[in-house]
Each structure stands twice: as C-alpha cells, then as structure tokens.
Design a protein around this ligand. Structure first.
Ligand code: NAD
Ligand code: UDP
Length: 356
C-alpha cells in the first residue's frame, strides 16, 4: 500500500482509521515526545495548506493532509513526503471521514474566484457539508478545530477598514455567493458546534494572501500579474483598477494561524489576519511591471460582478490578543513570489507547471 497516496471513500473509513492510527502511533513512538500531536490539515496540498503542513512538521507533529487535489498540487507536497510523520489521503471532505486526531485545520476550499465559480455547487457543498463532516470528526475525538474563513464574509463592505464586529454586505444570489455565503454558513456551523457540543473552535478571517506555491493558473490578482509580466503578456486589470486590496505575505499569515490556534487564552470568535497596507489594483500592476522589468502593457477588462470596491483589515484584535502583526512589506513579499514564478516558468519542461 502506498502510504502517501491513499484514496478513500466513506466505506473504507474504518480501515483508514486503523491505518492512520498505526502511522501516528509509530511516529509518536519514534519521536518519543509527549507533545507530538496528530494534526489533520484539510486542503493541505493547496497554497496555504502546504505552508501550514511544513510549519507543523517542522515543529515535530504528525501531519495528515486530506485533499481532493481540485486546486492543490502534488508538487506542493514534494518537500514534505520525505518526512516519516507526513502522509496524505486523497479524499473529498464532502464525504464523511473518520481519523483519530488531536487537531484539525480546515483549509479545504478553492480560494480563487475562477476556481470556486467553476463548480459553485461543489464549492457550497465543500463549505457546508465539508465543514460539517470535519466538525463531527472534531466532536468525536475532542479535537480542536480551526477554520480558514475569509474577508469575503464582509462582501462589498460599507465599513472601512473591516473589524470583526462588522456583519458585512454580501449578495446571497450571485456568482461569488457560493464562496461568500458558504464561508459564512461554515462560521455559523462552527459557532453552533461550539455552543451545542462544546467543540473547541478557532476561526481566522484571512485577507488576500500571496506567495510561493500559488498556481501559475490560480487566477488571483498577484499570480496573474506576475505570470503575465514574466511572460511579457498584457496585464489584465479588471475595471479601472481603482478597487483596493490589502496583501499579506504567506509567512506572516501562517504565523497568525499559529498564534491563534495555540493562544493560551482560547479565542472562540473570528479574528482578522491580514496586512493593513492597502493598494489599488492599478498600483499593484505598476509595481509588478516595475519589479520584473517587464515590457507588458496594462489592458482593462470588465469588472467581475460583485467585485468588492475596497478591503482592508482592522487587525486591532490580532495585535491585542495574539501580539501579531505582519512583518513583511509588499515589495519584499513580491520579490520572493516573483522568484518563485520565475522558477516555475523555467522548469525543464519549458512550460508553466500544471496541476499534478
Ligand atoms: P488553494 O485553492 O490553493 O487551496 C485549497 C485546497 O483545498 C486545495 O489543495 C484543494 O485541492 C483543496 N480542496 C478544495 N475543495 C476540497 C474538498 N472538497 N475536499 C478536499 N480538499 C479540497 O487556496 P488557498 O489560497 O491555499 O486557500 C486555503 C484556504 O484559505 C481556503 O479555505 C480559502 O477559502 C481560505 N482563504 C484563502 C485566502 C487567500 O488569500 N489565500 C483568503 C481568504 C481565505
Ligand atoms: N483582478 C484584476 N486582474 C486579474 C485578477 C484580479 O484586476 O487578473 C482584480 C479583481 O477584480 C479584484 C482584485 O484584483 O478587484 C483581487 O482579485 P482576486 O481574485 O485576487 O481576489 P478577490 O477578488 O477574491 O479579493
């Protein structure tokens, strides 16, 4: 049996439970550390999930990545596969699963608008049924569970910057709704499992994050602009480019996850994690052209339906409760991200990396 590529469905969950328990038992015995925890990362083959798995493995924990590889890639896991305490299961969280775990991180969900809108029903199922399945697992094993929520719960905000107390301005009936309302429903399920079943929850509302291991065809603004600039293609600014976003580098975000998950004072309410530096999309395009030395031209495409006009996190809570604030400036984060995409473009195949 290939330890690193196990496909399961609900019928095999018992076998899987025994199998994974064996992996965890042996890894715990090997490491001989009482503090080693068994941690499930749903969506661990994705951009953020792979960085999180790496961080948890580096701390000596046993990590099992559960992913359906819809937007995740095997190449994001390559460095992790050599670790004895890492394994992955190809599984869609809309199906139940049963693994004995101490902690769960739920990052499973396509995050880029073109990807989450490609199969909106499945996106909704992932957020609602998938979250329900993981919450039931957390309840069964008294595992702490972390939810990757999003600034999209604020929709096209009327309050700026956005504090956690803002209820948002979200369209329930449009192309972004499967994601925005799906994530809002997931937050509600987390609240309900905490209140009704005493599940130990953590919820982070992530603002636009970028960095190495994004897919070249991810479709989000930072990856699109860098890939277009490096290939000398037109830079596609949607609308007039005056809409704003606040961009957080992945390392800062993962540190924020860590501080929230392991904060001595349990925080059971959502916390914004993001970089409050706010930039127009037009300014981002100019900066990337400048940093890559590209001769690409900016072209304007129509603004997608319900595209939020502005977004910036109020991170007062993260600062006060977690002692967290971002440390990596946009120019520095872009430098590392550009270097990563240059590597992707110059792979031996001569083509941009495709999904695994
Ligand atoms: P990503 O698309 O790179 O990663 C998502 C991962 O989840 C992929 O590996 C994908 O294959 C997996 N997945 C999707 N549906 C699944 C399912 N039904 N079952 C199992 N696996 C599934 O996106 P990302 O940027 O790494 O985002 C990770 C999480 O963080 C997502 O939940 C996203 O909503 C949230 N988030 C990200 C950002 C950001 O800026 N990166 C912002 C807000 C929220
Ligand atoms: N955007 C753009 N060109 C692109 C991709 C995105 O102008 O090639 C814009 C998009 O319309 C939005 C912003 O960049 O205003 C951020 O888009 P992204 O998809 O990265 O994230 P989200 O809209 O979910 O915040």
């Amino acid at each position: 049996m290939d330890l690193h590529n196990l496909q399961i469905d609900a019928r095999f969950s018992l076998i899987l439970e025994v199998f994974v328990a064996t992996i965890f038992k042996s890894s715990n015995e090997n490491s001989n550390q009482k503090s080693v925890r068994r941690i499930l990362v749903a969506g661990g083959a994705g951009f953020l999930g792979s960085h999180l798995c790496e961080r948890l493995l580096n701390e000596g924990h046993s990590v099992i990545c559960v992913d359906n590889f819809s937007t995740g890639r095997m190449e994001n896991l390559h460095q992790l596969l050599s670790s004895d305490t890492f394994s992955f299961v190809r599984h869609d969280i809309i199906e139940p699963l049963d693994l004995p775990v101490d902690e769960i991180y739920n990052l499973a969900c396509p995050a880029s608008p073109p990807h989450y809108q490609a199969d909106p029903v499945h996106t909704m199922k992932t957020n609602v049924i998938g979250s329900l399945n993981l919450l039931e697992l957390a309840s069964r094993y008294q595992a702490r569970i972390f939810q990757a929520s999003t600034s999209e719960v604020y929709g096209d905000p009327h309050v700026h910057p956005q504090p956690e107390s803002y209820w948002g301005n979200v369209n329930s009936f449009g192309p972004r709704s499967c994601y925005d309302e799906g994530k809002r429903s997931a937050e509600t399920l987390f609240y309900d499992f905490h209140k009704q079943h005493g599940v130990d929850i953590r919820i982070v509302r992530i603002f636009n994050t970028y960095g190495p291991r994004m897919r070249p065809d991810d479709g989000r603004v930072v990856s699109n602009f860098i890939v277009q600039a490096l290939k000398g293609e037109d830079i596609t600014v949607y609308g007039d480019g005056s809409q704003t976003r606040s961009f957080c580098y992945v390392d800062d975000l993962i540190e924020g996850f860590h501080r929230l998950m392991y904060c001595p004072q349990a925080i059971h309410t959502p916390v914004n994690i993001g970089n409050p530096g706010e930039f127009t999309v037009g300014a981002l395009a100019e900066q990337i052209i400048d940093m890559t030395g590209s001769r690409s031209k900016i072209v304007h495409h129509s603004l997608p339906v319900d595209d939020p006009r502005q977004r910036r996190p109020d991170i007062t809570a993260a600062k006060q409760e977690l002692g967290w604030e971002p440390t990596i400036a946009l120019a520095d984060g872009l430098k590392s991200t550009i270097a990563y995409f240059e590597g992707q473009l110059t792979k031996p195949t001569g083509k941009l990396a495709e999904a695994a």
